[in-house]
Design a protein around this ligand. Sequence first.
Ligand code: IMP
Ligand code: MG
Length: 187
Amino acid sequence: MNPHDRLKEVISFQAIQAKVEEMGREIARDYQDRQLVVIGILKGAFIFMADLVRAMDIPLRVDFVRLSSYGTRAESSGRVSITKDIELDIKGKDVLVVEDIVDTGYTLKYLKELLELHNPASVRICCLIDKKERREVDIDVDYVGFDVKKGFLVGYGLDFDERYRNLKGVYHITPGYEPEGFQPSDR
Ligand code: IMP
Ligand code: MG
């Protein structure tokens, strides 16, 4: 079976491009004359981050963190740890965290609290996709590209088992034909 048969487009490349340009302009307006550090969460945010910062016509710095959460992907356990920390000094700076998708919210809650320890001037969050209905912890997302109700999504940086990150659009991946024991159906 062709693996692409189980992918259904949810957000087109054109729609993403238009939205990312719009978000970039809005964020650039909000951070004019500020000392902005944009922090991307690896790996999922790498493509969104690259497009977003190029849509922002203001001076800025970039950094990355890598986080890992325990448990299967179908059931986030809420236990998150950092495996690659920031390298820039964010004390007194305005921080914008860039995330691919917010699901239960545990990842961003953990990261925001960790970043606050460095005493930045502010911390805001920007995500491409918000799965608000699956939220388990309270976390404010300041800039949202698209709201999606449910389903496991791949493409534009998002992976399923490390694949599909390079797809230009965002796709819903249909369950079935997965490695044993893996159930992405309810995400
Ligand atoms: P949270 O901590 O439950 O909010 O999980 C967020 C993380 O889970 C994201 O950074 C993604 O890496 C991953 N994730 C959640 N939903 C999806 C999805 O539909 N596709 C791919 N990754 C997802
Ligand atoms: Mg991620």
